[in-house]
Write a protein that binds this ligand. Structure first.
Ligand SMILES: C[S@@+](CC[C@H](N)C(=O)[O-])C[C@H]1O[C@@H](n2cnc3c(N)ncnc32)[C@H](O)[C@@H]1O
Length: 427
């Protein structure tokens, strides 16, 4: 089993098994104490993760190819070894002998599956020989119904297919510069594209901590869409701003860099450690409070609030291809929590103050629907249309609706919703 490149493949197989068999999230598997990546060097960890994510992102089409060459479905471990080999052959362009050999070694390594090494060899070879032709005609992986049905209703079938295509392509690496005035210079140093919204985009995968400007805290990793809610809140310089549901702190850093006096609240102490680390690296400051916002109350109201509510995270499928395999059962609880957080946060806003409600969700119930219900409950509140955005980024009520299929030629963006709410001045 000590053939070159085997260790990352075995780790990728364990990640795949953890998601598909045990229903776990990749981030939990990767960061957990029994992580299959724990003994790998950084390069091996990156390879294992990218192989597992690429396989999940293309799982449906990969299975269609495999099923052309399988007479009956093999045990999951054998199928997973073949799925990884097919991904290496059809998506990553790995040399056939290496991918086939790796699958055979994996299957041979376990007493339970060793007798299927011959079959694995035969199927993987046929995928190497005939798979590319079949692959060329395959549609991207379909999203599960709990995601696709509401998306199709909201955006139409063509948009749903485009979102699925964006999901299959994965995501580039986006950075938010701390000082917008230095964005051009940083783009040059990093070889990045400066996007019209001010984010920097790297089109090739990179080890983040090795990039220029990481140690000096000149930027942080944040999808171009995720950087928009803080921008639509407008000028925050000198204002007391509440960043509610703040961890890991992308928006906290934007608000602090914009000159706000920021209070960052999140229920997760563990995730708040990331906020502290991020602030330290970038030389920015915020008051950090670990509290459940359903129970916590501030001592005085805020000039502005950014509420980035917990949600299905369906907007981030390009970066989290394990999400479509997660259970959908938590939606009701999330919808209730989002409504409660909105109501509480509105109470903490000064008259004349602005609040942005946002979610990285593609499901309208968590964005547009949540906003409609909020406005019904709070007759005094006013939704202000987001300003200075392309027309197709704005919904009929003035909310920002971003989708993974936007900017397709540039590499897409995460799905995001944001609405600006204003509290009237007291009469
Ligand atoms: C979408 S993430 C926030 C991302 C963050 N705003 C950023 O830009 O980096 C949602 C956050 O809500 C937090 N959260 C969930 N329920 C909460 C609650 N009841 N009170 C406070 N925070 C909560 C989670 O711990 C999670 O960090």
């Amino acid at each position: 089993m000590s053939a070159p490149g085997m260790a990352p493949r075995l780790a990728a197989a364990q990640l795949l098994h953890g998601v598909l068999q045990d229903g776990k999230m990749l981030s939990d598997l990767v960061n957990g104490k029994d992580s299959p990546l724990r003994d790998l060097p950084p390069g091996g960890r990156a390879r294992a993760q990218s192989l597992a994510t690429a396989t999940l992102r293309n799982l449906g089409p990969i299975d269609v190819v495999l099923d052309q060459f399988l007479q009956k479905s093999p045990p999951l471990k054998v199928r997973n070894a073949l799925r990884l080999a097919a991904c290496e052959l059809l998506v990553d362009g790995v040399a056939p002998h290496a991918a086939v050999d790796a699958a055979v070694r994996q299957v041979r390594a376990s007493r339970k599956t060793a007798h299927m090494a011959g079959l694995t060899n035969a199927v993987a070879r046929r995928v190497a020989e005939h798979g590319p032709e079949i692959w060329a005609d395959m549609d991207p992986q379909e999203l599960p119904v709990w995601m696709s049905a509401p998306m199709e209703r909201a955006y139409g079938e063509e948009a749903l297919r485009a979102i699925e295509a964006a999901h299959a392509k994965g995501a580039p690496l986006d950075l938010t510069p701390k000082d917008a005035a230095r964005a051009g210079e940083l783009a040059q140093t990093l070889g990045a594209e400066l996007l019209p919204t001010g984010s920097l985009r790297l089109h090739k995968p990179a080890q983040v901590s090795a990039l220029a400007g990481y140690d000096s805290g000149d930027w942080w990793v944040q999808d171009a869409a995720a950087a928009m809610p803080a921008r639509v809140l407008g000028d925050v310089a000198g204002k007391r701003v509440l960043d509610l549901c703040a961890a890991p702190g992308g928006k906290t850093m934007q608000l602090a860099a914009g000159g706000a006096d920021v209070t960052a609240v999140d229920v997760s102490k563990e995730r708040l450690k990331r906020v502290s680390e991020n602030l330290e690296r970038t030389g920015l400051a915020a008051d950090i409070i670990a509290a459940d916002a359903v129970r916590w109350s501030p001592s005085e109201p805020f000039d502005a609030i950014l509420l980035d509510a917990p949600c299905s995270a369906t907007g981030t499928i390009r970066r989290h291809p394990d999400l479509p395999f997660a259970k959908s059962g938590e939606m009701k609880k999330l919808l209730q929590l989002q409504g409660k957080l909105l109501d509480r946060a509105y109470d903490w806003l000064k008259p004349g103050g602005k609040m942005v409600y946002c979610t990285c969700s593609l499901l309208p119930a968590e964005g547009e629907g949540q906003m409609a219900r909020f406005l019904e409950r709070h007759k005094d509140a006013r939704q202000i249309p987001v300003a200075d955005l392309p027309e197709d980024w704005v919904d009929e009520y003035g909310g920002m609706r971003l989708r993974p299929d936007f900017w397709a030629e540039r590499g897409g963006m995460d799905g995001f919703y944001a609405a600006v709410i204003e509290k009237p001045l007291e009469a």
